[in-house]
Design a protein around this ligand. Structure first.
Ligand SMILES: Cc1cc2nc3c(=O)[nH]c(=O)nc-3n(C[C@H](O)[C@H](O)[C@H](O)COP(=O)(O)O)c2cc1C
Ligand SMILES: O=C(O)C(=O)c1ccccc1
Length: 387
């Protein structure tokens, strides 16, 4: 396989034939481009965050405040960005984070994302709230790696059934999202009175589930659709969950389990003490608690508390190669990319997601070598200025 940075040469060479990239190569420019192509409600759903959106801004601020101090003469001629994660070797420290309801962005939704992820060998974390069922997305991403994200339903039979289905469809790792037992207060969506689920988007896994169907008296059709949607809404998340409930996950999943939405070092310690295999330091892209700490500001404390005992992953605000460098330098083993790939999907379907991944990975490899690091293991806090 060629270097990730070959994409840069390819772009310049295409220019000799007057062929320019169809999408911006600065991934922060995608949001504005996507806004022109999406309905206002769908764009608001993806771009929006909780409250005054101060947490979303804090995520970017935390990333921009820390600066890289590049080092010279370190022989970076043979970069290798691969990382080991739960016994799998990934060619780069990047995964596609879980995003539900992707058919509001593009009709092919998660299927297009799965094909793009497979083309680049990047793991896709499939959301419980996907617009296509677990099994169908697995077929679109047959070579994997495939990870599954659980929204832990109040309906324990449904939650257990999701885990069994994911296992049977060859998903290898489980991400359990803890920060969204209830949707955050999201003014953009409230002002448009827009919730995709009530329009039957993002419920594919539920409506196709035998346990869910049992609970609503059979397959969902026009006769029981409203009852099914109400049941979904009532049981989607469970605010009563506590640390005592974690054994349920082990009973129903024999692979690695990662808890997503961890911000406090004590919660990270509890996760490890409870036998979990990893944590994702994340504030859900600022979509849940307005006023929450910028995600990168939470990372050093978590890494210090549990970094030598568990796998720490990171998301919320990742837009560039340098952002990945900063997260890895502060203790993350890998990062989850989220909104930028949804914008790539909006703009050009599968090809748009591939474009986003190729840009991020080329930028990452180039920026790492220019900073004097040819391996993720060379990224340490010493590479960064203090906050
Ligand atoms: C439209 C949208 C839908 C999302 N759906 C899910 C989901 O189903 N499950 C989940 O764990 N996180 C979900 N997230 C959160 C992302 O996985 C991730 O934590 C967050 O977007 C990171 O912030 P960033 O996109 O600004 O980098 C969603 C985020 C967005 C923007
Ligand atoms: O919108 C979200 O942030 C989110 O995580 C979600 C929650 C429920 C269903 C789909 C996505």
């Amino acid at each position: 396989m060629g270097s990730l940075a070959d994409f840069q040469n390819e772009i310049y060479l295409n220019g000799l034939g007057d062929v320019l990239p169809e999408l911006p190569t600065d991934l922060t420019a995608l949001e504005r481009a996507a806004e022109e192509r999406m309905t206002p409600a769908a764009f608001g759903y993806v771009a929006g965050s909780a409250g005054t959106e101060s947490t979303a801004r804090a995520n970017r601020d935390a990333l921009e405040r820390r600066r890289i101090v590049p080092r010279m003469l370190r022989d970076v001629a043979a970069p290798d960005l691969s990382v080991d994660l739960f016994g799998q070797t990934l060619s780069s420290p990047v995964l596609l984070g879980p995003i539900g309801v992707l058919t509001i962005v593009h009709p092919e939704g998660e299927l297009a994302v799965a094909r793009a992820a497979a083309a680049l060998g990047v793991p896709m974390v499939l959301s419980s709230a996907a617009s296509h069922p677990i099994e169908e997305v697995a077929r679109a991403n047959a070579d994997g790696p495939r990870w599954f994200q659980l929204y832990w339903s109040k309906d324990r039979e449904v939650a257990a059934s999701f885990l069994a289905r994911a296992k049977a469809a060859g998903y290898t790792a489980l991400v359990v999202t803890l920060d969204t037992h209830t949707l955050g207060w999201r003014p953009r969506d409230l002002d448009q009175a827009y919730l995709p689920f009530l329009r039957s988007i993002g419920v594919a896994n539920y409506f196709s589930d035998p346990e869910f169907q049992k609970a609503v008296g059979g397959p969902v059709d026009d006769s029981n659709r409203t009852a099914a949607l109400l049941r979904w809404a009532a049981n989607f998340g469970d605010p009563s969950l506590s640390w005592d409930d974690l054994p349920f996950l082990r009973e129903h999943w024999d692979g690695p389990i990662v808890l997503k939405g961890i911000q406090h070092p004590d919660d990270a310690r509890r996760a490890v003490d409870a036998g979990m295999d990893g944590v994702v330091v994340s504030n859900h892209g600022g979509r849940q608690v307005d006023g929450a700490i910028g995600s990168l500001d939470a990372l050093p404390g978590v890494a210090e508390a549990v970094g030598d005992r568990t796998t720490v992953l990171f998301d919320s605000g990742i837009r560039t190669g340098s952002d990945v460098i900063k997260a890895l330098s502060l203790g993350a083993r890998a990062v989850l990319l989220a909104r930028p790939y949804a914008y790539g999907l909006a703009l050009a379907g599968e090809a748009g997601v591939r474009h986003v991944l190729r840009c991020l990975l080329a930028d990452l490899e180039i920026s790492m070598t220019l900073a004097g690091a040819s391996r993720p293991s060379a990224l340490t806090p010493a590479l960064l200025t203090h906050p």
